[in-house]
Design a protein around this ligand. Structure first.
Ligand code: NAD
Length: 247
């Protein structure tokens, strides 16, 4: 039994990459997890089965969180299955990298919608329940790119910086409640997306990271558990898990 036993979490985009690691880490703490996915049904069902086989509770919920009605459906399904909601992890994200000159309005809007507008949608739908919870937690997975910028990433950087501003403002508004709101800003994490970068380019990136390696998905997931478990006096913050790349 851990102190998180029986708590209920939603992890958006929780079936792959960093989201899957967060799902697994929360489940290992006894948290019941709603694993949100948009199109990756198979990986969502696989992780749900894995958690159940290990004695935990999880459900897979399809929802494109860039749409308000689908985000609302996600929260409703979670409550119907588990009766409460304590933790919201806004992890769903995409990139559509283009230099600004080539960036069309569609790629601008899509990245803002999936990374940032989704945070408004899920938070709006979940807030009433999080405020009712004994210790509500909102954790927004932002990025080092929102802090330092990234070539060809004006859309992504704007969305991720937007998440940080949102986090600070909502933390202020909710400070009088039991809900804390924080962001995690990962650096380069060893996911499929990062490992798809050509080896030579990857070597150049690693050379610039003070810790001389990429981060692991578990290192982000453990940051989430830390904020959930021990974060009662931590709100409005950015937890930088980046090997020292941005200080
Ligand atoms: P990923 O592509 O493996 O995971 C993203 C998840 O979001 C996927 O499961 C995807 O299906 C889901 N998703 C995408 N659009 C969605 C939508 N409209 N509705 C619901 N789910 C949707 O990528 P990842 O590397 O695991 O990234 C997870 C988060 O961490 C993202 O927000 C990303 O921006 C952020 N991040 C990643 C890194 C890195 O190095 N990998 C660094 C900094 C920040």
């Amino acid at each position: 039994m851990t102190e998180l036993q029986g708590k209920v979490a939603i992890v958006t985009g929780g079936s792959k990459g960093i989201g899957a690691a967060i799902t697994r880490e929360l489940a290992s703490q006894g948290v019941k997890v709603a694993v949100n996915y948009n199109s990756s049904k198979e990986s969502a069902e696989a992780i749900v089965n894995e958690i159940r086989e290990n004695g935990g509770s999880a459900i897979a919920v399809q929802a494109d969180v860039s749409y308000a009605d689908q985000a609302k459906h996600l929260v409703e399904e979670t409550k119907a299955a588990f009766g409460q909601l304590d933790i919201l992890v806004n992890n769903a994200g995409i990139t559509r990298d283009r230099s600004f000159k080539k960036l069309g309005e569609e790629d601008w809007k899509k990245v803002i919608d999936v990374n940032l507008h989704s945070v408004y949608n899920t938070t709006s739908a979940a807030l009433g329940d999080l405020v009712e919870a004994e210790a509500g937690r909102i954790i927004n997975i932002s990025s080092i790119i929102g802090q330092a910028g990234g070539f060809g990433q004006t859309n992504y950087a704007a969305a991720k910086a937007g998440m940080v501003g949102f986090t600070k403002s909502l933390a202020l508004e909710l400070a009088k409640t039991n809900v804390t709101v924080n962001a995690i800003c990962p650096g380069f994490i060893e996911t499929e997306m990062v490992m798809a970068i050509p080896e030579e380019v990857r070597a150049n990136i690693v050379a610039k990271i003070p810790k001389r390696r990429f981060g692991q998905v578990n290192e982000i997931a453990r940051g989430v558990v830390y904020l959930v478990k021990d974060g009662a006096y931590i709100t409005g913050q950015q937890l930088n898990i980046n090997g020292g790349l941005y200080m």
